[in-house]
Every structure is written in C-alpha cells, then in structure tokens.
Design a protein. Structure first.
Length: 332
C-alpha cells in the first residue's frame, strides 16, 4: 500500500518509517531534509505543509497519510508554532481530501487536553485546551484538531491520536528531545537532583504502532489517547542511572517551589534562547494527570511496553546509536 508521512525525518517519523517499511508499504516521506541513510521502499520528497499546491503534489497517489509535522515549544507565544500546528493541519487535510487519500491519521498531542483543570484524570472526554492563558503549543494542538474536524465534515476520513510524553529510541534529533536529553544525562550520572512531579510517558515506538493501528482500525473523527505509564521524574532518572551503571539523583525539588521563581528564571532562559524553565515546562509536572488510554486498547489493540523496557533500550541506544546517522541532506 502507498502511504505518505509528513515530518518523516523527525523523531517520531524515523520510528514510524521503520514500522511501515517492515509491513511492506511503499512510503513517500515528506520533509525539508532527509537522512543520509534511510529505509528501503522510501521515496523522500520536499514539502511545505503551509503550501496547498505542495501538499496536493506530494500526497497524490497515497492511500493513507500520517501527519506528524508540528512545532513543539514550551513558549507562551510562537507565531510559527501557531501557523504550523493549526493552518498546517488544515492545508494537509484539504489536500488529502482533494487528491482522494482514503484516510488521514493526525498525530495531535495530550496537550490538546487541558491538563491544568482535568481534575487529575484525562480521557477522550476531558476538557480541551481552549483558554487563551495556556501555552501556545497546547492551544495550537487543540485548534489544529478543530481545523481538521472542519475538513472531516466535508468528507475526509480522518482519525486523531494524542500521544503523551514521548521518549525512547530511536532519537537522532540534534538536540535530543527534552526527555531523552535528561535521561542521557542521568544515565551518565550527571543529575544530582531532579524536579519532582511526574508525567505519563510513552515509548516512541509504541506511538508509531498506535498511529498505524489507528489507520487500520480507528473510527472516523475519533480521538485516541496513546499513553504509557505514569512515573515521577525522580524515579525515571534513577531508572536511567541504574541502567547506565551510575548513581541517580538523591532527592527531588518541588515543582511548585520552582514555579514560584519562574518570573525571575524565565527571562534569563530567554536570553539563552531556552524555554525549559517556563510555565509550560512545569505545569504538567505539577498537575501530573493520570491518562486513561483504555479506549485505544479496546478499539485499536494498542499495547504499550513498560517504562523500564524503554529506558533500558534508550540507554543501550545512547551507547551504540548505529546503524543510522544523524547527518541530513537537503531534498532536491
């Protein structure tokens, strides 16, 4: 079967391509850059999710499109993130409908649900990120879903997936994803203390599998939460340190305490072009909602692996990231 993947060179895309090729699909990988070493049966093309003509051309002939492109940021405001995460979804969806794509699978995010007012529990019926006070990523992921549903109403067959905190191998991003970067440092014994709180984390390979299952079994217009396990950041870092043969952090710092000094630390972070110390970075840790991915289990057959298995594989990956390479080339 012919499938197309937007954002194919990214972290999730790298893992999704491997599964699609293993299933024998012929893949059109859409991105601005492509890895020097890639999978067989993958054709790389350049595409712009904000350009309708570009998307119509790249999606033509595909039966299923997996839309992964997103700008992930912890900033309060970011114009590019807003455009890509909202308008980009609409452009891809309308192009898919126009060229006759059979189904679209949209990789949204847990951040499309309001983790601050969910009452400690999130399922597909939880409150959404509609408030203007929320960080731009949260608001834009919800607005992207709204844009997609408008095209579904016009006749597009699409399914929406909402992964939680994604981590694990294979990660050739430069820099690494935030969670993987933290776990690499922990595995090397470089984290003496960690911010408290926790989050539901899911293996990137399980997210990729969940997207494929959604394409095969998901119901049109439905959301499916793709979660893993709730774990504290302290326990997570200790787990990584243990698999790396190092000593883990000895204690945790209350995220509420750190949140109290954000007005002082955030401007400093901006000077260094970092959004790690921000309301968005700490909000989910403070609220620490329990994510119910039972719907995906029941309807899709989704079965995420354990956190320990992911951390073990990730530490091993850090030690030997071959055979792939982080180098990239421009697509003609």
């Amino acid at each position: 079967m012919k499938v197309a993947v937007t954002g194919a060179a990214g972290y999730l895309g790298t893992n999704l391509l491997r599964l699609l090729v293993a299933r024998g699909h012929e893949v059109t990988a859409i991105d601005r850059v492509a890895p020097q070493t890639t999978e067989p049966n993958v054709t790389w093309v350049s595409g712009n999710v904000l350009d309708p003509a570009s998307m119509r051309e790249t999606l033509r002939g595909a039966e299923i499109v997996y839309h992964l492109v997103a700008v992930i940021t912890l900033a309060e405001k970011n114009d590019l993130a807003w455009r890509v995460n909202t308008e980009g979804v609409r452009v891809v969806a309308e192009a898919a409908l126009e060229v006759g794509v059979r189904r679209m699978v949209h990789a949204s995010s847990i951040h499309a649900f309001n983790q601050y007012i969910c009452g400690g529990h999130i399922d597909e019926n939880a409150p959404r990120s509609t408030e203007n006070s929320l960080p731009v990523y949260d608001r834009s992921k919800w607005a992207g879903e709204v844009a997609l549903r408008e095209v579904i109403d016009k006749g597009l067959d699409a399914v929406l997936c909402n992964p939680t905190g994604v981590f694990g191998p294979l990660d050739y991003s430069r820099p690494l994803s935030r969670i993987n970067r933290t776990l690499r440092d922990a595995a090397q014994g470089r984290i003496p203390a960690m911010i408290g709180g926790g989050f539901d984390l899911v293996d990137v390979r399980d997210v990729a599998e969940g997207l494929i299952l959604a394409g095969e079994r998901g119901r049109t217009g439905e959301n499916y939460l793709l979660g893993g396990e709730m774990i504290s950041m302290l326990d997570l870092c200790r787990l990584a340190a243990g698999h790396g043969g190092k000593r883990g952090p000895k204690f945790s710092i209350s995220p509420k305490l750190v949140a109290g000094v954000i007005p002082v630390l955030a401007p400093i972070g901006k000077l260094f072009k970092s959004d790690i110390v921000s309301k968005a970075a700490l909000g989910a840790l403070i609220s620490a909602p329990v994510v119910d991915h039972g719907k995906a289990e029941r309807e899709l057959g989704y079965r995420p692996r354990s956190t320990d298995e992911t951390v073990r594989d990730l530490v091993a990956f850090f030690a030997d990231p071959t055979p792939a390479t982080p180098d990239t080339r421009q697509i003609a």
